[in-house]
Design a protein around this ligand. Structure first.
Ligand code: UD1
Ligand code: CA
Length: 453
């Protein structure tokens, strides 16, 4: 007996007022669909199916790396119709778990409970009590409390609208039964749609007693229908993450101004100031300090690093004890070894900077290797691009580079060389040499500046 998971994701999401299909909107940096998929992956399913429709091509392109079966629903004729598109692909003996692409925070633990209870009783239904159930299908029970059917908001009587128990839409049904019940759905209802919810009544008629499961919290089953709800859910999600990192030994200046859009690993005694955004896979070692307004993406920040405010660091490694910023930009494929100092208005790209090196002011270092304890003066630029190709600059250990130098790559500077301020280095430099290429200073005596006529 296997498990098939069907994620319904064909709807447009009119209330998002967006060209982007709803399930492609992002929560904490991942699409809504990806969230549901990632949770589904924990359930050991035989197969995961995604029913897509609106914005089909875009959905498939954006989510091309998801390992799922794509099922197209050309016209969105209702949730029942959506499941009809996929049911023939699923073996009769499988249990089918229905998930919604726009309900991103459902947890694997809740679904696991639903699967277990549903397998036992023959039908798993996830319901929840809501203060304000507007918009949801209501759960109708008979005099003895048994579930008999679900009525949609638009089809409900005034009395039914008072019911607080609602359908989350998430359910577990055995495939052969689902197939049979789907075959006799009709669309005689207020919306002219084939409602998946109508199978409840059929199940009850077939003598199946439905004992619902409930989520741990309401947010698990909250759907996204508008940008307002998306923003609310984002803040909720971020706060949960903030609390989690604080429990792991991180000090956050303000948990409400902290965003993780990916996965974060942290050491102890990390301190993070306000408005820090961490994207992709980020590791912050012990005692790392991150200044305000800093963005770090897919990077490894090692023990004891201090990042001063307003830095952007992407796909890089910052070695232990280094200090970066304020206002530094570290671009992909950069590795700073230990105790490197990178200061304000410095951009480093695709470079290896060895331990103890200092690049403190207003420099561009690209496609370079910078040796141990090298000192690079203010305003130094590696001219790595000739308009067609990129070239390397290699600077040996203990080289001293004065201010305002240019390295016309490809070029190699031997260890312990000294590059005088204002030098344009066009040829390789021997170890321990001093090179300078600036014109000699001269004076014009008593020079008179032009005056306005
Ligand atoms: C549905 C349920 C309702 C439940 C609510 C929970 C039905 C008839 N109603 O209502 O009882 O309280 O969800 O959120 O099932 N979809 C498709 N193809 C379609 C129609 C919808 O794939 O033809 C997908 C949507 O993309 C969405 C999900 O199914 O992910 C739910 O569709 P939606 O139109 O939002 O259903 P509701 O009216 O909210
Ligand atoms: Ca909905």
């Amino acid at each position: 007996m296997g498990l098939s998971i069907v994620i319904l994701a064909a709807g447009q999401g009119t209330r998002m007022k967006s060209e982007l299909p709803k399930v492609l909107h992002k929560l904490a940096g991942r699409t809504l669909l990806q969230h549901v998929h990632d949770t589904a992956e924990h359930l050991q399913a035989r197969d995961i199916y995604v029913v897509y429709g609106y914005g089909g091509e875009q959905v498939r392109e954006t989510c091309a790396d998801l390992f799922v079966n794509w099922i197209e629903q050309e016209q969105q004729l209702g949730t029942g119709h959506a499941v009809q598109q996929v049911i023939d692909d699923i073996p009769d003996t499988d249990d089918v778990l229905i998930l919604y692409g726009d309900v991103p925070l459902i947890t694997a633990a809740t679904l696991q409970r639903l699967i277990e209870s549903g397998r036992e009783s023959g039908f798993g239904l996830l319901t929840v009590e809501m203060e304000n159930p507007a918009g949801y299908g209501r759960i109708i029970r008979d005099g003895s409390g048994g579930i008999v059917r679900i009525v949609e908001q638009k089809d409900a009587t005034a009395e039914e609208l008072d019911i607080r128990e609602v359908n989350t839409g998430i359910m577990l049904v055995r495939a052969d039964l689902l197939k049979r019940w789907l075959a006799s759905l009709d669309n005689n209802n207020a919306q002219g749609e084939f409602y998946l919810t109508d199978i409840i009544e059929q199940a009850v008629n077939d003598g199946i007693g439905i004992i619902p499961e409930h989520p741990e919290s309401l947010v698990e089953v909250s759907g996204i229908n508008s940008r307002l709800q998306l923003a609310d859910m984002e803040r909720y999600y971020q706060l949960v993450q903030a609390h989690q990192v604080m429990r792991q030994g991180v000090t956050l200046a303000d948990p409400a101004r902290f965003d993780v859009r990916g996965s974060l690993q942290t050491g102890q005694d990390v301190e993070i100031d306000i408005n820090v955004i961490l994207e992709g896979e980020v590791t912050l070692g012990n005692r790392v300090r991150v200044g305000a307004n800093t963005i770090i993406r897919d990077s490894n920040i090692m023990d004891g690093v201090t990042i001063l405010p307003n830095c952007v660091i992407e796909e890089s490694v910052i070695g232990a004890g280094s200090r970066v910023g304020p206002f530094a930009r570290i671009r992909p494929d950069t590795a700073l070894e230990s105790n490197v100092h990178v200061g304000n208005f410095v951009e480093i790209k695709k470079s290896l900077v060895a331990r103890g090196a200092k690049i403190n002011h207003l420099s561009y270092i690209g496609d370079s290797e910078v040796g141990i304890n090298v000192n690079i003066g203010a305003g130094t630029i590696t001219c790595n691009y000739d308009g067609a190709n990129k070239h390397k600059t290699i600077i040996g250990d203990n080289v001293f580079v004065g201010s305002d130098c240019q390295f016309i790559a490809p070029v190699k500077i031997g260890a312990e060389a000294t590059i005088a301020a204002g030098t344009t280095v066009t040829e390789d430099v021997e170890p321990r040499d001093l090179v300078l290429s600036r014109v000699r200073q001269f004076a014009v005596k008593g020079w008179r500046r032009p005056e306005k006529g």
